[in-house]
Design a protein around this ligand. Structure first.
Ligand code: SAM
Length: 285
């Protein structure tokens, strides 16, 4: 049996292509990693799977065997030809040649659900690392009708995404992820699992979308604006960061709000839970 590395090299030779670094092309060549992703995605024959960046189709091939339908979104022309050839006999395969950031995922899921064959939608992807954050934020903020998102990302990014707000490693994005989903680590993946090998270690992580957001807040946009401003001046105290960015009208107002939250005047952004940011939002709204 051909290994994934042999298969990858065979396809690349056949189509005379090289991995395009600018598009984040690091193809998976580890069979165990592929199997772990598939196993943990828990795909059934009632699932729609949206795969972002299918590349040569290594994950796609496995997804097509399990899912009711697989919709792949790929930007690179070269990959489009390969994928169309490779999966032309699969009736449950659909390919969208587009930048994923421009695709109306909400509508795709809605239309597929209307057809009645699928019960839930999942996203599975070995993401292009140069746009990991915009892709994840798009998926979460658009409040897509999804069950889970299982993605490979750079290790450092993974650690921030799955951190708990108010604890080590938390950044502004941690709060957004936590608001919309429960995130967990699936496995760490070494560089050698890819061809060509990237410069960084990776992790597969999974988000389970919450039925309703983690906290109730009357002005979601304002809360995320506050969090963003709190973290852009990370080294400063929360009081200074939010005063400097005019979120607090004055230092006095800030001190009063922090007092009412029973937080110290010198508290830092990363020490605050999501609930506390929600409370600040309500007081300012
Ligand atoms: N899924 C394949 C695998 O695991 O071997 C390839 C993963 S590779 C890390 C990322 C893929 O995303 C590449 O195929 C790349 O062309 C594609 N890609 C990059 N930017 C994209 C974008 N904006 N929209 C859709 N696909 C993109």
């Amino acid at each position: 049996m051909q290994t994934i590395l042999e298969e990858t090299k065979f396809i690349m030779n056949k189509y005379h292509i090289r991995a395009n670094k600018k598009l984040g092309q690091n193809f998976l060549i580890s069979d165990t990693t592929v199997q772990e992703i598939i196993k943990n995605s828990q795909i059934s024959n009632e699932d729609l799977v949206i795969e972002i960046g299918p590349g040569l189709g290594t994950l796609t091939k496995e997804l097509l065997e399990k899912a009711s339908k697989v919709i792949c979104i790929e930007l690179d022309n070269n990959m489009i030809n390969i994928l169309q050839d490779r999966f032309k006999l699969y009736k449950n395969f659909e390919l969208i040649h587009e930048d994923v950031l421009k695709v109306d995922l909400k509508n795709i899921i809605k239309e597929e659900k209307k057809k009645g064959k699928i019960k839930q939608a999942k996203i599975v992807a070995n993401l292009p690392y140069y746009i990991t954050t915009p892709i994840i934020m798009k998926i979460l903020e658009e409040k897509l009708d999804l069950d889970t998102i299982t993605v490979m990302v750079q290790k450092e990014v993974a650690d921030r995404l799955i951190a708990i707000p108010g604890q080590k490693n938390a950044g502004a994005i941690t709060y957004s992820v936590y608001y919309y989903s429960e995130a967990k680590e699936i496995l760490e993946v070494e560089k050698e699992a890819f061809f060509p090998a990237p410069e960084v270690t990776s992790k597969v992580i999974q988000f389970k979308i919450r039925k309703s957001p983690k906290v109730n807040v009357s002005n979601e946009r304002l809360m995320f604006k506050i969090i963003k401003n709190a973290f852009t001046q990370r080294r400063k105290t929360l009081l200074n960061a939010l005063t400097n960015t005019n979120i607090f009208q004055s230092k006095e107002q800030g001190i009063e709000i922090l007092k009412s939250l029973e937080s110290e005047e010198n508290v830092r952004a990363e020490e605050l839970t999501l609930e506390k940011f929600a409370e600040i939002t309500e007081k300012l709204n």
